[in-house]
Design a protein around this ligand. Structure first.
Ligand SMILES: CCC/C=C/C(=O)SCCNC(=O)CCNC(=O)[C@H](O)C(C)(C)COP(=O)([O-])OP(=O)([O-])OC[C@H]1O[C@@H](n2cnc3c(N)ncnc32)[C@H](O)[C@@H]1OP(=O)([O-])[O-]
Ligand SMILES: Cc1cc2nc3c(=O)[nH]c(=O)nc-3n(C[C@H](O)[C@H](O)[C@H](O)COP(=O)(O)OP(=O)(O)OC[C@H]3O[C@@H](n4cnc5c(N)ncnc54)[C@H](O)[C@@H]3O)c2cc1C
Length: 673
């Protein structure tokens, strides 16, 4: 298991917990990594990147000024890139799925917040891969992969983020010079938010309304140089800067950008799908109208994995801490219990462990689905794109929303110490809460899924085939219902009935409103609260079903105790959400009041069964201390020694008397101020 570089003796509380664990921890690590080979691969990359200690800061990041924080983050980004480049020569290449995720996770040791290079690898590179022709890729990719240029993705504007069709930046083609003229006509058209734009990047992908021959063809993507490659000065016609202090992401130099009739060559339009010919003729993509939104779909898929990882970090911290922390005296003359022994504490934490597993497996499944759809699209078949868009939208929305709440729950479960930056939890929270907004706001993405669900419902009603994730609608419209039996399969069935019931209610509401004279748009708008609920219910059913099936498949050859503990967590997830949705269950399934009481009993039994394995389960995430950045969550559990060591690092503790005593306190106390 992972050890800290500053080795301390392991706290006896954790020694005892580890002795209690009745399953093979390494076997679960292999499951979470997707196989033993992947675990070895990950450990090797982590070892190359971290063993030399290059991630260490001379002064803790939290005590630096904003400017120093940024400069330190750039220094470490360059260092990390160098290490990564060396590491990759030993492996299969950056496009390898596990490499991308391992590198992203390892980077957390270097950055308590965010690398200013995140968008370069996270969006600039994937957009070039997804939106450029082969010739364009041949020109750009070597420069991008070799970090000869650094780029970002500038789509959002001051006035519009969600509504992409409302973006105001224009790219007008001039056939005389074979150039596009980029222009920001208003203050609200200023690009706003792109990571790394403020100070770091010299190129960026700009999303702008394309005009040619006097006609607007909607938003398209362009590669734009914004700073001189030698001097880094903004080029003439470019206004660029940083947007200011934020709740998190303070090392990411999110920026603004405006154009004053700024010219770029025609070849800088990303032309894999639509094209503008030399004479200005516009050639439409012949397959699907939303292909330019491709990078967003990819990033939404990746984000499910990203938040699962962050939840694993948070619950590792909170569970280890809860095993070390003792509080209160429920039984007279007995020692104070570990707070992990309180049922309410288990209720706060074990759902976090189960959710981290559920989302990790759902994200691996979604990634496979994404690749299958991409491979179909290469052959010109875009039939599965709507389902992928619906799935990636709701999984991104629900996973980021669930994880945001659960990370906050982990912080609550650590009491006052969880509020300290050195617990690691505030940084994890401020990062994850942003994921609920960026790359498509929660509500907006669920409404996209709802569009798909309403259409699927109408198809099921009409007897036309529906896609795999909504097959349950066919049973529902035929009136078939499964009697409640309380089994895991039965709970999943009931989640599908809740989803179908909710979608059906939405369809009825929309139809009723339209028959009373409202337009479709107005009827839809008035139904949006229900539509969001329906999409959420659908997504819960998808995650639950995938989690259960994937665990059964993966643990088919596992040892008995691993199988048992993995199944307990699946059941815990299902019971937790069933209890959370009793209103819907009573409305849409055949559950009775007594069944609800049984569900509650079963849930509480599961907490007791999981309790002895709790520390083993978080150890199985195998997160190195360098990546956790937590005085509360380190492998050795030396919580109090580490909290005190962190307190001593405070700049206020570097002198016995602060100068404010002489300047203000003393004169005030002596009545001289
Ligand atoms: C580290 C931090 C990094 C952060 C980076 C960022 O945040 S970067 C910034 C991230 N910014 C954001 O994420 C912005 C979020 N906003 C958006 O993504 C879009 O504005 C929108 C999807 C909300 C609406 O778009 P719209 O007004 O153009 O569309 P519409 O609603 O009129 O629907 C028309 C049809 O298109 C379909 N369709 C839509 N999208 C897709 C797709 N991707 N694929 C396939 N299909 C798609 C839809 O299903 C519908 O099909 P139907 O029913 O007619 O068969
Ligand atoms: C940390 C961070 C990093 C980012 N990085 C980038 C980046 O690198 N590049 C980039 O281009 N962008 C980036 N963004 C911008 C991000 O993508 C947008 O903020 C996001 O898409 C939400 O758009 P918005 O800000 O316009 O919100 P708004 O759309 O204004 O949302 C405000 C509220 O209005 C509601 N709302 C809006 N429209 C509707 C509707 N039709 N129906 C119902 N409710 C609605 C929303 O649900 C929300 O509650 C970043 C944002 C953050 C926070």
């Amino acid at each position: 298991m992972s050890q800290n570089k500053t080795i301390m003796e392991v706290n006896q509380e954790l020694v005892k917990e580890r002795a209690k664990c009745n399953f093979n921890v390494l076997e679960v690590t292999h499951i979470l990594d997707g196989g033993e080979k992947n675990t070895l691969h990950r450990k090797k990359i982590e070892s190359i990147a971290l063993d030399e200690g290059a991630y260490k800061d001379p002064i803790p990041e939290e005590y630096l000024s904003p400017k120093e924080k940024y400069e330190n983050a750039v220094r470490k980004s360059c260092l990390f890139c160098k290490i990564v480049k060396n590491a990759l020569t030993e492996f299969t290449g950056l496009e390898h799925f596990s490499n991308f995720f391992v590198l992203r996770r390892t980077a957390d040791a270097f950055f308590k917040e965010i690398s200013p290079f995140l968008l370069h690898l996270g969006m600039f590179l994937p957009t070039i891969l997804g939106q450029c022709t082969t010739e364009q890729q041949a020109y750009w990719l070597p420069r991008v992969l070799d970090i000869q240029i650094i780029g970002t993705y500038a789509q959002t504007e001051l006035g519009h983020g969600t509504f992409i069709r409302g973006l105001e930046t224009t790219a007008t083609y001039d056939p005389e010079t074979e150039e596009f003229v980029l222009h920001s006509p208003t203050l609200t058209s200023y690009k706003w938010w792109a990571g790394g734009l403020g100070k770091t990047v010299n190129y960026c992908i700009v999303v702008a309304q394309l005009y040619t021959k006097g006609v607007c063809h909607g938003t398209h993507l362009f590669i734009v140089q914004i700073r001189d490659e030698e001097t880094h000065m903004p080029l003439p016609g470019i206004k660029v800067g940083e947007i200011g202090a934020k709740m998190g992401f303070n090392t990411a130099d999110n920026g603004y950008l405006a154009f004053d009739h700024y010219r770029i060559p025609r070849q800088n339009m990303m032309m894999k799908n639509a094209q503008v010919l030399k004479d200005g003729t516009y050639v439409k993509p012949d397959s699907h109208g939303k292909l330019t939104y491709g990078t967003m779909v990819l990033v939404r898929v990746i984000l499910v994995n990203e938040v699962a990882f962050n939840l694993a970090k948070a619950c590792t911290i909170a569970t280890r801490y809860s095993a070390v922390r003792r509080q209160s005296q429920p039984k007279p003359n007995e020692p104070e219990p570990q707070i992990l022994d309180y049922t309410t504490q288990q209720h706060k934490l074990f759902i976090c462990i189960a959710t981290a597993h559920a989302l990790q497996l759902a994200s691996a499944w979604l990634w496979k689905t994404f690749n299958a759809v991409m491979s179909d699209m290469k052959k010109g078949n875009t039939d599965s794109l709507p389902e992928l868009h619906a799935l990636s939208s709701c999984l991104k929305a629900l996973s980021t929303s669930d994880v945001t709440s659960l990370i906050e729950q982990c912080r609550y479960s650590c009491g006052g110490h969880g509020y300290m930056l050195c617990s690691g939890l505030p940084n994890i929270y401020s990062f994850v809460t942003a994921t609920r907004t960026y790359e498509g706001d929660y509500t907006i993405l669920l409404l996209q899924t709802a569009r798909f669900l309403v259409k699927a419902y109408e198809q099921a009603e009409a007897g036309t085939p529906v896609t795999p994730t909504v097959l349950y609608l066919i049973e529902f419209v035929s009136g078939k219902r499964t009697p409640w039996d309380g089994s895991p399969e039965g709970i999943i069935k009931s989640f599908q009935e809740i989803a179908a019931g909710n979608i059906s209610s939405c369809v009825k509401s929309i139809r009723n409103r339209m028959s009373s004279g409202l337009s479709f748009e107005d009827a839809w708008e008035l139904t949006t609260i229900q539509l969001v609920g329906a999409a959420e219910a659908h997504c819960r059913a998808v995650i639950s079903d995938t989690y259960k099936k994937e665990i059964a498949r993966i643990t088919a050859s596992s040892s008995t105790n691993v199988k048992i503990v993995m199944e307990q967590l699946v059941n815990l997830y299902l019971h937790y959400w069933a209890l959370n949705r009793t209103g819907d269950l009573l409305r849409y399934s055949s559950i009775s009041g007594e069944d609800v009481a049984n569900l509650q009993m079963k849930y509480e039994e599961l907490l007791t069964l999981i309790r002895p394995n709790a520390v083993g389960l978080v150890d199985a995430f195998d997160l190195r201390d360098e990546i956790l950045h937590s005085a509360l969550g380190s492998y050795d559990g030396q919580v109090y020694k580490r909290l005190f060591a962190e307190a001593l690092k405070s700049p206020l503790n570097q002198e016995p008397v602060n100068e404010t005593f002489h300047k203000y306190l003393k004169p005030t106390m002596q009545g001289k101020l």
